[in-house]
Each structure stands twice: as C-alpha cells, then as structure tokens.
Design a protein around this ligand. Structure first.
Ligand SMILES: [Zn+2]
Ligand SMILES: [Zn+2]
Length: 298
C-alpha cells in the first residue's frame, strides 16, 4: 500500500504550516566569558519596563529601549546603535536608532530635549506602569536618581572585598542574585550568598584609587570575603549562586560589581557597620580591623 501522508503539512485552508525549530544556543566551552552578547534584559525597578542591556566599550553596560525609532524622532545626542552586541552612541547612517531607557523612563523627570514622539512613548510607558501598580503587579521600590541615603544603616550598596580588591555591590549583599541563565532561559533566582560561607563585616582603612594609603585615616565598612576559599571568592566575583559554581550555563548579564573608586563612590562610603545584621547572609559576624575603633552603631 502506498503511503499517502504528505511530508508537506498544510492547514485546512491550504496554507503551508510552518513549524519553527527551537534553536539550542550554547556558549563555546573555550570561551573566556560566559556572557551572552544579546538578549540580556533587566526590569527597571522604577517603572517595571524591561529594557535591553548592552555592553559598551570601557564603560558600564547601558539599558536601551527595545524599540527602534526613526532618527528624526530622537534628539541629536542620544543616537544609539548596537553593533555586534556592543552599544555605540554614534551615527551609523541607518534609518533607525535606539534610545536609552533613562530617556523615556516614566519614573524619572522628563528630559528637556524630548521630542513629541518620545513624549508620546514616555506617556504610553507611564500608562502601563500605572496599570501595573493599580493591579498590584508592581510596587515601585527604588528612586530613579540612584541617590541612596548616606546615613542609611542598611547599606543599600555596600562595598565588598573579594580577592583583595574592593567592589561596589549593586544591592545589599543578601539580595545579590545569580546572573546565570536557567534551562527556561530566564535569569537564575538564587542568591549569591551561601550560608555555608559567610563573609564578615569589618572596618577597614579607606584607600585612595591610586593604591596608596590615603591621608584620610577614617575606616569604612566593608563586607570582607577574604577568609573564603579561592573558588568561593571567584564565584562571588562572577556573581553566581552556589548551584552554578563551575556550571557551563551562560550568563544573562555581566556581573554587576563596580570596581570601588573613592573619588566616584564616596557617597557609598559608610563609616559605621550596618545595624541590620539580617541583611548579611547567615548572620555574618562583625569584626573590627582597628583595635581602638570598637563596633560603632548607627
Ligand atoms: Zn524605568
Ligand atoms: Zn544560579
């Protein structure tokens, strides 16, 4: 009997049914970085929208609005393009360009150079944010300007010492999330902090950025991971959770540490240890590096 099944399946109306194969992408085992160069998304904590994050040359990553816009709808200065996964702020001759999310974020003050088209886009985003807030799906928790209170006892962006280098954390230590991609292609929800290997809050001298001891003899609060094994410190620096230690899973975004610079990050220098010990994983103990400093409280 002849096989009558057609290898070219068609729908009831005769149109061709196209089945899309799921492409399984993987990072090459020999690649020095496990970071995916596209598809990195991060939800804005101010407005709940999801911009796309791209790396820049010798600068921190930038969040771009996912939609492409005609250049005449965008002010002159922020004409962004993405080339090979790198965001560039320069004209490319293309009939479209991208804009930073900060330009249209409805939680920020309106930029004075907004064109009518961008103002409309910002208004649409504001309506969506309002709907999310009204439905209880989103609770704005952060200030868009990034101005955290210097006198806060909870250290919203603490300084962490890893492998003898200091970094400014993007969030409280206990809230730091793994950046690896899970099997569902989402960002891992596991915390980086592991109860088995807690760091120690300590007061250390403020060092200037030229690696010389500063004349400033004040001490600053540092979450010191120096007592942890080397592999654990590398895991912290790569911002990976314990379950992704040594895993071949790619990273959805680069590690969010900023190399600590006293000239740039001086608003985040805390001269007292945080009072909320619950923010430190596994109730990290306190230690004072200065014999006469004691443990001041806020
Ligand atoms: Zn936003
Ligand atoms: Zn993870």
């Amino acid at each position: 009997m002849r096989h009558t099944h057609s290898p070219d399946p068609r729908r009831w109306d005769g149109s061709r049914a196209v089945s899309h194969r799921v492409r399984a992408l993987a990072v090459h085992p020999a690649a020095p970085s496990r970071l995916l160069r596209c598809g990195q998304r991060s939800r804005c904590v101010c407005c709940a929208h999801v911009p796309e994050r791209y790396g820049r040359i010798e600068q921190p990553p930038i969040d771009l609005h996912p939609r492409e816009l005609p250049p005449h709808d965008v002010p002159e200065s922020p004409h962004w393009h993405v080339t090979a996964g790198i965001a560039l702020a320069q004209p490319s001759g293309a009939p479209w360009c991208r804009v930073p999310h900060s330009l249209v974020c409805p939680a920020r003050d309106e930029h004075p150079l907004l064109t009518p088209a961008l103002r409309d886009l910002r208004r649409q985003l504001a309506v969506r944010t309002r709907c999310l807030i009204d439905s209880g799906a989103f609770f704005p928790t952060a200030t868009p300007a990034g101005d955290q209170a210097r006198t806060s006892c909870s250290l919203p962006r603490p300084v962490v010492q890893i492998l003898h280098r200091r970094y400014l954390a993007p969030s409280p230590v206990s809230d730091l999330r793994c950046v690896a991609q899970t099997r569902t292609r989402r960002r891992c929800r596991t915390r980086v902090a592991a109860p088995m290997w807690p760091g120690i809050w300590t007061l250390l001298p403020i060092l200037d950025t030229s690696y010389r001891r500063s004349a400033d003899r004040r001490l600053m609060a540092v979450y010191d991971l120096g007592a942890l094994p080397y592999t654990e410190q590398v895991r912290w620096r790569n911002q990976r959770g314990p379950e992704h230690l040594g895993s071949a899973a790619p990273d959805l975004l680069p590690a969010q540490w900023e190399p600590f610079d006293t000239r740039i990050h001086h608003p985040h220098i805390a001269t007292r240890l945080p009072i909320e010990t619950s923010q430190a994983p596994a109730a990290a103990p306190y230690r004072s590096a200065h014999p006469s400093s004691g443990v001041p409280t806020c």
